[in-house]
Design a protein around this ligand. Structure first.
Ligand code: BF8
Length: 647
């Protein structure tokens, strides 16, 4: 192995990425990995959260010599304000995504759907019932209109608390009420959080941080939850589906179109367009047998879950996909699309196409995706990609062979059905397995990948070690893609590695021990699963009592911070592979990492090493099981001894 490849192997885990990063060096193309090198020694004021650029008396930086900003703000205020603004950023991204889908549902209900339909009427009626909307004897359009109006009200409500909160167990609702953080409308809370972080408004770090948790609730139980609910109604509730993942899904023999971003309105229609007879004829005329559509990032997860369309890669593979030289077009919408893409694409024939007014990139072609005439708009994009096929330079093409099979599509409904059967879908068998100690608990491994450390390594080590220890792993976002690429999302491979108890349960039910639950907004499916466990009974009155942990091993985005906050506010401990930018304030750090435990039943834990994370997670699960009285005696002793050793 060359020295060069050795270095690359320290940056990325999967062989396809190693191969393409080597190609990037040969082709003299910059990637986020080379830029990470040049960005080493990142600003310490930024990483500790003590740089304040909120007003133009600054920017101010807190040091021992200058402990206050020009306005008098101390480190606690500055760190907490910066943190709240990050939570706002993440919440806004998820919630705007949710809003677009509700507006689409409304148009569909009014007969102006632009080619979209209600694909899952049962989901519509089930959700309508949850919100006490009359549905019996009414057309699906009428029900959908009432539901869309109710959900739009979730964004605009000024004083009424969010209705989607009623989907949470009563215990969590009471905790939020007790701490005075029951959220009102999504838009109002986002505006209010921006207001209180303006110069001269909220200076109490605890007050600011409670606002961060309140804001995050309008993400997890509001905007994101709405996005998932409405996506299921419009595009279908996912059920298990086979597919493949990694750059090897690209085809040497057909035009390749990559869809990248987050909102499923675009990707859903592209999935339809590539199978349209007109497109089949068009591509034949271009000398190919078909078009290969695959996805990057969360949009990949969306179309995988509902159509079994393969995943080309996760966040940090977006540039690598272009560097294969085999991509005719990358169609992007919102979130996690790197501004570097057009520059990378310049070395090849790939056209980067942006599609929405709120997300443009210099160097990309902007073709507005017309949601009101979506199929035509999608077909035009596909034809444009096919036209570009002739420009592919075979000399520049190198598609890695890595291409792992996977099973995705585990919505809560699908899990319930698999656990209980068609006539009595239920979480009972899972609760019983947890109570009987065959499964220790559930762990959601979620979030991004980050070039600060070897990509996918933490996620894959942790996942493997947890299933060995009889932990059922639920996955979303790019963390799900890491496992998929590793070949760990088929029962065949993962069950071999799972502990005895978990293996027996999964074999009996017919599920893999690692469940792909979707995109980042679908983290709400994990909350939904935890809620089902509570409702099923025997594992506590609230989510905070369920043996469940969340982990964001390689996170990087503001959305991940918002997700972490709504998990903690819902009573779930969250392990972070990288710390927040808060170390400049001991008070803020203590509040997030310790005091939240007393408030909500869960807190944050910084654990940079995956093996330490395994120990920490098992300890957290053990403690929750202990409180429920479901630990075996022998195991209790073992943990007592371990505690004594630590003392
Ligand atoms: O929303 S996991 S890198 S793609 S932010 Fe982005 Fe992170 Fe991936 Fe999806 Ni989520």
């Amino acid at each position: 192995m060359s020295e060069e490849n050795k270095k690359i192997e320290d940056q990325v885990w999967d062989p396809a990425s190693v191969e393409i990063l080597a190609k990037a060096e040969t082709d003299c193309v910059d990637t986020c990995f080379s830029r990470m090198d040049t960005q080493k020694n990142q600003c310490k004021f930024g990483t500790s959260g003590i740089c304040c650029r909120i007003c133009h008396m600054g920017p101010c930086r807190i040091t021992k010599k200058s402990p206050l900003g020009v306005c008098g703000a101390n480190a606690d205020t500055i760190v907490a304000r910066n943190y709240l603004r990050e939570v706002v950023g993440g919440t806004a991204a998820h919630s705007d995504h949710g809003r677009h889908l509700v507006l689409r549902l409304k148009k569909v209900a009014e007969g102006k759907g632009g080619g979209y339909q209600i694909k899952d009427e049962m989901a519509l009626r089930r959700i309508a019932k949850d919100f006490k909307i009359e549905e019996e004897g009414r057309t699906k359009e009428k029900v959908a209109l009432d539901l869309a109006n109710l959900l739009l009200g979730e964004f605009t409500s000024q004083e009424e608390k969010l209705k989607t909160l009623s989907l949470a167990p009563l215990m969590q609702q009471n905790i939020w009420k007790y701490h005075n953080i029951l959220p009102v409308g999504i838009d109002r809370l986002i505006v209010e959080a921006m207001h209180r972080t303006h110069i001269g408004v909220d200076h109490d770090y605890k007050n600011l941080l409670m606002s961060a948790f309140r804001t995050s609730l309008v993400d997890g139980w509001g905007g994101s939850r709405i996005a998932t609910l409405v996506s299921d109604i419009l595009f279908g509730t996912p059920s298990p589906v086979r597919s493949n993942a990694n750059l090897g899904v690209l085809s040497e023999k057909t035009p390749n179109i990559l869809v990248h971003g987050h909102e499923p309105e675009l990707s859903e229609m592209l999935a339809v367009a590539v199978n349209d007879p007109e497109i089949k004829e068009y591509v034949k005329a271009a000398g190919a047998d078909g078009v290969t559509l695959s996805g990057i990032c969360c949009t990949a997860n969306e179309i995988l879950m509902r159509h079994g369309i393969p995943i080309a890669g996760s966040f940090l593979q977006q540039e690598l996909a272009v560097i294969t030289g085999a991509v005719e077009m990358m169609i992007i919408d919102v979130q996690c699309c790197m501004p570097s893409l057009p520059k990378v694409a310049k070395s090849y024939h790939t056209e980067i196409v942006s599609t929405t007014e709120i997300a443009k990139t210099i160097g990309a072609t902007h073709v507005r995706f017309e949601t009101n005439d979506a199929l035509r708009s999608a077909k035009e994009l596909v034809k444009r990609a096919i036209d570009n096929y002739k420009n592919r330079d075979p000399e520049k093409v190198s598609i890695p062979s890595a291409n792992s099979p996977l099973i995705g599509g585990f919505s809560v409904n699908a899990i319930k059905y698999m656990l209980g059967g068609t006539f009595r879908p239920s979480f009972r068998p899972l609760n019983d397995a947890i109570i009987a100690d065959r499964i220790k608990g559930i762990v959601g491994i979620v979030g991004c990948t980050n070039p600060k450390s070897k990509v996918d390594a933490y996620i894959n080590i942790l996942t493997l070690e947890l299933i060995k220890r009889n932990v059922l792993v639920l996955k979303t976002g790019c963390a799900a893609v890491s496992s998929a690429k590793e070949g760990m999302m088929t029962p065949e491979t993962a069950l071999e590695k799972a502990g005895k108890g978990l293996r027996e349960v999964c074999e009996a039910i017919g599920i893999p021990p690692i469940l792909h639950m979707g995109s980042c907004v679908d983290n709400t499916r994990i909350l939904e699963a935890a809620t089902e466990i509570v409702f099923e009974g025997g594992l506590g009155e609230g989510i905070s009592q369920v043996p469940a942990v969340g982990v964001a091993p390689e996170w990087m985005s503001e959305k991940a911070i918002a997700i972490g906050c709504y998990f903690v506010a819902s009573g779930i401990d969250v392990i972070l592979g990288y710390p927040f930018h808060i170390s400049g304030s001991e008070n803020v750090t203590r509040f997030l990492n310790e005091e939240t435990k007393k408030l909500f039943g869960g807190s944050f834990h910084n654990v940079p090493d995956p093996h330490d994370a395994v120990d920490k997670i098992m300890e957290l699960l053990h403690n929750k099981r202990e409180k429920l009285g479901i630990n075996k005696k022998a195991e209790r002793k073992l943990f007592d001894m371990k505690d004594r050793r630590e003392l």
